[in-house]
Write a protein that binds this ligand. Structure first.
Ligand SMILES: [Zn+2]
Length: 428
């Protein structure tokens, strides 16, 4: 009988947690990593995957997705968009609240091959009504303050400690009764997360809460997601610097997460941050029904964008594996390739390309390398690799242009005809 179920052979193993960048073979047995060595004999396994010329990483961790498929209207089928792109652990960011979490466990967590964890929404409804993308008929989850109930949030997390990794709140005036409920709901979300001892993830755009309170009042280990958006509440100033309050928050230990989504990754902001050496701590997609077929597509595409800003490959992988695991307190189980760990493993090629890649407002940059998912194992079981319907998605690029006028930070109109809609006289 063969010793291993699988051997992943001759790949370039990149494991930032162990500072490993080396050609190695990985042997899988009974769902776990049984050996990491050089030159394992192929005959010692039932199945052999030839990873020659490819990158082998710990299974990716996406800290911000929406996976309450068919219940929360903006959610996506998780295995198709996550596992199918090399993400073995996905964390739902508040699609469910205490009133809807039971179903989330039964119909999402328990039914997908991807490991699915969750930040619980401070609103007990979660995103049951779910408007994103400017749908003015959608009802926000904090239109009524009584939906933000600290007691029920804490009780739900206590009852689901095995999968609940934190609390989520969205701070935007349009979902909080024209901003009237934002400050108090934020206070309650901070209180709930302190009580359970888990991080708070905050979405903060078009918010009445100023930056010296958010991220200013967040604490060590809390996550400021959508960090690189260019809308009101952006972390960079009109003079193109990272705000002092934001730097102070980082020094306090607040983590800055990408949360790309439909509106929250802007090339101009990302490049200002790169120039200032202000890199994201974690890279996530905010995949939902408005972002999964463009502009975000999937985690490898979002990682490709960070590579384009000059973030080194090892750091990009760290921000999508070990640092993501640390952010949710799961570093003892996830984020590295070690013997005895569950065999969550991803394989990519770093393809040479020469193409334009959009941000969320259809500003374009030329990219010359692209991370492409090739294979994935979740607890030793291979997953099915999937592709976007269209890449790049011309229809999405066309429709996302409508947001450009709302940006506070963006390319100057002189940057190039493909960069912008080209007609605005704004000086930003
Ligand atoms: Zn989200």
């Amino acid at each position: 009988m063969a010793k291993f179920d699988w051997i992943i052979r001759r790949g370039r193993v990149l494991d930032p947690a162990r500072r490993l960048d080396q050609a190695l073979d990985i042997g899988l047995q009974n769902g776990r990593i049984a050996a990491i060595e050089k030159d394992m004999p192929a005959a010692s396994a039932d199945h052999v995957y030839d990873a020659c010329g490819k990158i082998v990483t710990p299974g990716l961790i996406d800290l911000h997705i929406h996976g309450y498929h068919r219940v929360s209207p903006l959610s996506i089928p998780v295995d198709h968009y996550c596992l199918g792109r090399g993400v073995t652990t996905a964390v739902d960011a508040g699609s469910a609240g205490s009133g809807t979490f039971d179903g989330f466990r039964a119909f999402a967590i328990d039914r997908v091959q991807t490991r699915l964890l969750a930040f619980l929404n401070i609103s007990c409804s979660g995103l049951a009504f779910g408007g994103l993308g400017g749908d003015s008929s959608a009802v926000g989850e904090l239109e009524l303050l009584k939906l933000a109930n600290v007691r029920s949030c804490v009780a739900c997390i206590e009852a689901n400690r095995d999968v609940a990794v934190g609390v989520k709140i969205r701070l935007s005036d349009s979902i909080c009764d024209d901003g009237k409920n934002e400050a108090e709901a934020y206070r309650r979300a901070l209180e709930a997360s302190r009580e359970v001892g888990l991080p708070l993830m905050v979405h903060h755009s078009f918010s009445t809460v100023p930056l010296d309170e958010c991220p200013g009042r967040m604490r060590r280990g809390d996550l400021y997601t959508h960090a690189f958006h260019g809308f009101p509440s952006t972390i960079v100033t009109q003079s193109r610097q990272v705000l002092p309050a934001v730097r102070a928050a980082r020094e306090q230990g607040v983590l800055f997460d990408i949360g790309h989504g439909q509106g929250s990754f802007n090339w101009t902001v990302a490049e200002i941050c790169a120039d200032e050496d202000f890199w994201p701590d974690t890279i996530s997609t905010d995949l939902h029904s408005g972002s999964a077929e463009g502009p975000a597509y999937d985690l490898p595409t979002v990682m490709t964008r960070l590579l384009r800003t000059g973030m080194p490959l090892m750091d990009v992988i760290a921000a999508s594996t070990v640092r993501a695991a640390q952010a949710i307190g799961w570093e003892d189980r996830l984020g590295t390739l070690a013997e005895g760990r569950e065999a969550d493993i991803s394989v990519f090629s770093l393809e040479a390309v020469d193409m334009d890649l959009e941000d969320c407002q259809s500003q374009m940059r030329r990219v010359t390398q692209k991370l492409v998912p090739e294979a994935v194992w979740r607890a030793g079981v291979p997953g099915k690799i999937t592709q976007p319907k269209q890449f790049p998605n011309a229809e999405s690029i066309q429709s996302q242009r409508r947001w450009w006028e709302k940006l506070e930070i963006r390319d100057s109109p002189t940057r190039g005809s493909s960069s912008t809609t080209g007609t605005d006289k704004g000086s930003q």
